[in-house]
Design a binder for this molecule. Sequence first.
Ligand SMILES: O=C(O)CCC(=O)C(=O)O
Ligand SMILES: [Mn+2]
Length: 225
Amino acid sequence: MPAHTPPPSSGDLFGSPDEEAPWDEPIAPGAVLLRRYACARAPALLAAVKAIAAAAPFRHLITPGGQRMSVAMTNCGAQGWISDRRGYRYGPRDPLSDQPWPAMPDILAELAREAAARAGYADFAPEACLINLYRPGARLTLHQDRDELDLRAPIVSVSLGLPATFLFGGLQRADPTRRFPLVHGDVAVWGGPSRLAFHGIAPLRDGLHPATGDSRVNLTFRKTR
Ligand SMILES: O=C(O)CCC(=O)C(=O)O
Ligand SMILES: [Mn+2]
């Protein structure tokens, strides 16, 4: 029995009717890959990302150590994640424009809430959506998401476009890391005992995807406070 099938009326707008039905792949206690969960909504999600990026453009942030990140980032929601010489933090305004980050569109917030619930985290209310844009060669080295104050809430992370390799380790940096392919429409949710698991993305490989061309877009939803 498929875990979820797109509503019958969504065929034309959001995906082809012969799209794969989603399935769940638990990877660690509190962590699950919701395979293809976002496929049906991907065109609407990408349209929303385009509108967000028109107001708050993707940019390569500088790490506190002075390195330019290979992934380009922007945010939507009440809070946005930023990095500069002063450190990593959340803030309500885009430092490029000094305007509030674009509001989080309902279609994004609903997807995040539904995915979290499916993974066992009821009532997830994301305040921030960090949007990561990967071009071939871009990567995210092993890290923990630990700038959020309420670690009871999970991280919900949506993959769109080109495939990537998700590195998922343990609570210590030196713990063994497993590699999971992430493709268009996959949603990773980690929380509970896995909330502070080290994770990353291996350098993106060249390719072309019908939905995003030569890039991968990742939406990472967080409760920040
Ligand atoms: O791109 C991904 O799938 C992971 C992103 C991530 O770990 C982050 O934004 O902190
Ligand atoms: Mn992360």
